[in-house]
Design a protein around this ligand. Structure first.
Ligand SMILES: [Zn+2]
Length: 260
């Protein structure tokens, strides 16, 4: 259905899950790869072992997080340590860029990204195909792709790290129709699934047009026509990738109970 897996995670060769991604789209996880989205898919990943219930539960009402218990655990010292490994394929500039994306988050929240020593759950950061991540902690060495040079902006890295912390795209929020209009006719054939809504717990925060998790107005555009229109003012900027907005930071602090 979606091609051969590009690499395996774990020791078994049989896929327990298949994850298919098209650039920054990562949510199509199904047992036996049945009923995967029939559309342009960039790459599929065979996952041979995963903890949790990611395959059996759809998007739920947990905070912007498609599964229960997808948060990284809090340490007794009040910090949330997210261990990571960086592929040796990255050069020094790449590493600095990626670590700047981490710093954008860690400098203003209780989430701390730490190089992995022995931890069993960690981000396995590779320059694979495109920029993508699982949503939340899935257990084990979970792949997070930051292609070089295509994804080498600290804001893009921070965007993927926010996925890994449990956040979906801002325009996927349950209440998004009050704030944006999706122009379905302008969306590239086979890419409409990127604009679906999820049942999210929005933590009583305002819709954030300036979120680093918001798509730009021409995302997956067929012919250069807008696909997302803010309302009531269509000129409100969306889609910035400079880094997490103040509200993004606030939401991380709320989700992880950082006690700002
Ligand atoms: Zn994303």
């Amino acid at each position: 259905m979606c091609g051969e897996p590009v690499w395996s995670v774990g020791v078994q060769t049989e896929c327990v899950f298949t994850l298919c991604v098209f650039q920054d789209v990562y949510l199509f996880i199904k047992l036996n790869s049945e009923s995967l989205i029939r559309s342009v898919i960039l790459v599929c990943v065979c996952i041979s072992s995963l903890k949790g219930d990611i395959a059996t539960t759809g998007p739920s009402s947990t905070i912007s997080c498609p599964i229960h218990n997808c948060k990284w655990p809090k340490s007794v010292d009040g910090f949330v340590y997210v261990p990571y490994e960086l592929s040796l394929q990255y050069d020094t500039m790449d590493r600095i860029t990626i670590e700047m994306g981490m710093l954008d988050i860690s400098s203003r929240t209780c989430v701390k990204f730490v190089p992995r020593t022995h931890q069993s759950n960690f981000l396995d950061i590779h320059p694979n195909y495109g920029c993508w991540s699982f949503v939340g902690m899935v257990g084990g060495g979970q792949p997070l792709s930051l292609q070089s040079p295509g994804c080498m902006w600290s804001g893009v890295a921070a965007h993927e790290f926010m996925h890994a912390l449990g956040f979906v795209h801002e325009q996927s929020r349950s209440d998004r129709d009050r704030y944006v209009t999706i122009l379905w006719d302008n969306i590239m054939e086979g890419q409409k699934h990127n604009f679906r809504k999820y049942h999210t717990n929005n933590l009583n925060t305002a819709y954030d047009y300036s979120s680093v998790m918001h798509y730009g107005r021409f995302a997956f555009s067929e012919e250069g026509l807008p696909t997302i229109m803010p309302k009531p003012d269509p000129n409100i900027p969306i889609g910035q990738r400079d880094g997490p907005s103040p509200l993004d930071i606030h939401k991380i602090n709320l989700l992880y109970n950082c006690g700002e």
